[in-house]
Design a protein around this ligand. Structure first.
Ligand code: 6R9
Length: 678
């Protein structure tokens, strides 16, 4: 550290001369140890510029430094976006479970790796790195002994719990890929994913427990595997004491694990071997099995976890996403564990046993970074501040948001009430396809501004561009377009399982030479990015393009409104009109005419008159996926009167919500007809 030892006089001199400033160099080195090797990099913004302009050297240094290799890579990247070819760190050999476990067991075996926040409040269980490694090895040995081979794909249908994490890591240990299916999916949805992944082994639990309710996961698996001829065995762990019927195909997982050794030889994997599949919805009905590989994915998850959330050794990281989604993969499991962190496994819901659950958990587990979804924030906001303020949240340092645009009201509440106005709120934009966070307000200079509801700044190595409708790159600021990425990064998806053609058509053909995200974005005068919503959610009113998310943002700012969903509908004169579904806050008494006047006034003021809702339909709730995304596709079909085309509703959180929406819509039609009659 000798370069830092300069007398205060010479330091002042250096500063006053405006030359390099070792002070600055040291600052950058403390921020990122790899930085001193990058020529000309003296500040965080120069570091960011370097990561894009010389991304090869940036990722080479970070890849060497932050992963443990069995043998080093010889080629940093071999990517061609025009062909959808993405390869990183070729020649390198490593094992992901060793990177997440063994190397931390060597330095700090008793550090807590997992805190399982069980559904039953106040009954958390901690697992050290040593314990998690042992659990993983035992399970890895079970899988190996029972014939699971390198390259096989194991389907995991489990709630968020330590054995689920061990199952993911055990697959990585023996070189099998995993396919985690969210434990809320139906038997049909599970079966479709098992078949596409061609799994011979499924891992599940007897029952799930969430929000005080039991779900029969083993029964769902029984039903699913009836139409999955590839499945030879089902490993069943016991989450509750309730016995389940076991057939010849079923294996009592914990009993088998007890028979195994706590040492399990890690498979030597190539950087580009498959780490996991994760199914996600596209614009067509059939889910896409997004493929991620070993080294690049892990490195990107680790680096984003470290820098977006400013995660430091000893911090407790609380990502409340289910492990069945990409957020659970990257920020509950892989990112935190690769960094030797302590990560919370949240099994419950935001309102069980009451709406104080998150903040009770923050107080009890002393959480430093909290990462959640806007839909939950909006829900909690309805219940009032006292559910938050009654708990000690002084450990919180950073608050994160993910999954959908966070409206200004929710952002402000999160910042002001949850974070007491002292924690940066990071609105993180990314996708299953991107592997990790691509745009977020941090990292940046510590005091750099954060604009509410904006993801703002691209991460290291990320080069976003906006495209116009003709496929030309928009170079100016204060402009909107299709969000694409001009440069590859290690975390990006490699293909769609069994359908590379669909991969190319979806992501690489719309804008040749670029990765197309499917989202629209606005770049402000300052060059900050704001996601405006899926491009399929953009509507065109009298020739004006408008993001439904933009309208929702304003509607949600109305003090009577809890939540809303806006869609376009066919309109005789305007082409498309604006149809707003609105959920009011609890105990709000407002006349529909008054609400409509209020909303029109607000939308005209914040956006333009043309964006005002033509129709407002009040609803008790909105149809949502189990990950909390509003299913606008369903709303559009209802409004188009295409009830036969509603499609697969099995991913809905509560299918009865659709019936209410249909009835509400019928009532609106009746009213309109009455008005038209003389
Ligand atoms: C991580 C995750 C991806 C889609 C994405 C976008 C939306 C995610 C967002 C956001 C606005 C954010 N999305 N984060 N929109 N602001 N901060 O959610 O992955 O389930 O694949 O969804 O979610 O539309 O394209 P995934």
């Amino acid at each position: 550290m000798w370069p830092c030892v300069v007398s205060s006089f010479s330091r002042r001199l250096v500063a006053s001369l405006g030359v390099c400033g070792r002070r600055k160099c040291c600052g950058t080195a403390a921020f990122m140890p790899e930085a001193p090797a990058f020529e000309g990099v003296r500040s965080r913004s120069e570091l960011r510029d370097f990561s894009v302009s010389d991304s090869e050297r940036f990722w080479a240094a970070v890849g060497n430094q932050r992963l443990s290799w069995i043998s080093p890579f010889h080629t940093v990247q071999d990517c061609d976006l025009t062909q959808g070819r993405i390869k990183w760190f070729e020649g390198g050999k490593l094992n992901v479970s060793v990177n997440c476990l063994d190397r931390h067991v060597h330095t700090s075996p008793d550090r807590v790796a997992l805190i399982w926040e069980r559904d039953e409040q106040g009954s958390e269980v901690k697992y050290t790195y040593r314990e998690l490694l042992e659990m993983t090895c035992r399970l890895g040995n079970v899988l190996r002994r029972r014939g699971v081979k390198r390259g096989d794909c194991v389907t995991i249908y489990m709630p968020t719990c330590p054995l689920a994490v061990a199952a993911m890591l055990a697959c990585a240990r023996i070189g099998a890929a995993h396919n985690v299916v969210f434990a809320g999916f139906s038997a049909d949805a599970l079966a479709e994913r098992i078949r596409d992944a061609e799994s011979n082994t499924v891992i599940t639990v007897n029952q799930g427990v969430r929000g005080g309710k039991f779900t029969e996961l083993k029964k769902t698996v029984d039903e699913a595997v009836q139409s999955c001829p590839s499945v030879q065995q089902v490993l069943v762990a016991m989450r509750t004491d309730t016995p389940v019927v076991m057939t010849a195909r079923d294996v009592a997982m914990e009993e088998e694990m007890l028979k195994e050794d706590v040492v399990c030889e890690p498979a030597v994997m190539n950087s580009e071997d498959v780490l996991f599949l994760l199914y996600t919805s596209g614009s067509t009905g059939k889910p896409k099995g997004i493929v991620h590989t070993q080294a690049g994915y892990l490195l990107y998850a680790a680096l984003t976890h470290r820098y977006v959330f400013s995660y430091h050794d000893g911090d407790v990281f609380g990502c409340v996403a289910d492990i069945g989604w990409i957020t659970g993969h990257s920020y509950t499991v892989y990112g935190p564990l690769a960094n030797g962190g302590t990560t919370v496994l949240f099994e419950s819901t935001p309102i069980y046993p009451d709406p104080g659950r998150y903040w009770n958990t923050v107080e009890r587990l002393k959480i430093n970074q909290f990462y959640g979804a806007p839909t939950a924030i909006r829900l909690l906001l309805k219940y009032g501040d006292h559910w938050v303020t009654k708990y000690d949240r002084s450990t919180l340092k950073t608050l994160g948001s993910v999954g959908e645009p966070i409206n200004t009201e929710a952002w402000e509440w999160y910042h002001r009430v949850v974070g007491d106005g002292r924690c940066p709120v990071v609105d993180t934009w990314w996708q299953t396809e991107t592997g990790g966070i691509c745009i977020a307000p941090r990292p940046s200079e510590p005091d750099a501004e954060i604009v509410p509801g904006m993801a703002m700044r691209p991460f290291f190595g990320i080069k976003p561009v906006l495209m116009d409708t003709e496929g030309k790159v928009l170079t100016s600021n204060n402009t909107s377009g299709a969000l694409c990425m001009a440069q590859p990064w290690p975390g990006m998806a490699r293909t769609i399982r069994n359908n590379h053609q669909r991969f190319i058509e979806t992501y690489y053909q719309p804008y040749p030479g670029y990765f197309f995200t499917g989202d629209g974005a606005y770049r402000s005068a300052q060059g900050y990015y704001q996601i405006t919503g899926r491009l399929d959610d953009v509507i065109n009113v009298s020739g004006h393009r408008i993001g439904t998310a933009e309208i929702e943002d304003v509607v949600n700012q109305c003090s009577a409104v809890a939540e809303s969903a806006v869609i376009g509908f066919s309109h005789d004169i305007k082409g498309e009109g604006v149809y707003a579904f609105v959920v009011l806050k609890k105990n709000i008494d407002i006349k529909e005419d008054d609400l409509s006047r209020q909303l029109n006034k607000m939308v005209s003021k914040k956006i333009a008159k043309y964006a005002c809702p033509d129709v407002i339909q009040l609803a008790n709730r909105l149809p949502k996926t189990r990950s909390g995304k509003i299913m606008r596709r369903v709303l559009r079909k209802v409004v188009e009167r295409d009830l036969d085309g509603l499609g697969d509703l099995s991913t809905l959180d509560d299918p009865t919500a659709v019936q209410e929406i249909v009835e509400g819509h019928n009532a609106i039609l009746r009213k309109q007809q009455q008005k038209q009659q003389p």
